[in-house]
Design a protein. Sequence first.
Length: 331
Amino acid sequence: MTQISSRVVRIDQNGGPEQLKIVNVMVGDPGPGEIRIRHKACGLNYIDTYQRSGLYKLPLPLSLGMEASGVVEAVGDGVTHLKVGDRAAYASQPPGAYCEVRVMPAKTVCKLPDDISFETGAAMMLKGLTVQYLLRRTLPVGGLQAGDHILFHAAAGGVGLIACQWAAALGLQLIGTAGSDAKCALAKANGAAHVINYAKEDFVARVKEITGGKGLKVVYDSVGKDTFMKSLDCLRPFGLAVNFGNASGKVEPFDLNILAAKGSLYTTRPTVFSHNSSRESAQEMADDLFGMVSSGKVKIPIDQTYPLDQVAQAHIDLESRKTTGCTVLTL
């Protein structure tokens, strides 16, 4: 049996970035349905901070990281879509992408096209697949048509900048919110039709102004606690409020009758891992994402890179909202 040493970022207890430490572990051969992959780059995502802090409870000790890219080193029985030497990328459960080498389930790992770099592959999988399931699958009654306005919070973040470009490619009028003029300008440069600095403006009033008082079919909200109830106020009757993150904390419990009072609204709390839970779905979503990136319609903005041993600083910068676009850990 093969045994390979790998550096891994791990926490032994929940808490702040100071809990992140690098340890050496031995990695063996893949079992049935698994691969062993040697990473070239790892993506950083807000979900990593939720798992580190304990907002999302997972067994300890815990290795972090949900997306990465690299080269397949070994393939277990039953894996037919990958072979040794393939360039590959993934967004996958369980966590553990912050490492040099790992053994993991193969079903959500996809071959990475030659024209997409390892850094881009690592940066785009979780964020890009999130945008894919939001704009292609998480749709209001009657769907979305070219010309429709949508609201997208945190539009200058990693997910947001991809969404700005993808929405523009679909002909949608994305209204992006951000917390500074500089971040609003960044969202605008990436395809947002309108931008709102929520530190200065009431985004509900601005949405009503932009839509001529009609409101929106859908709001995509990853901020959570600080924005969600006001997001409901941006919707027209039968509108959809999509909460897909908790940057400001979890949405507090509310009376479902509020949805009735505001016009028979819908709400949902989706995750990428519900959507890409099968080999077929994972590949279909990845193919859509790869096509958008390879065509140039969506560019993946990697605005920060850190070596693996500076992962704690990367978490500090992410949580203090100093980052824009995507962040990559290099190996």
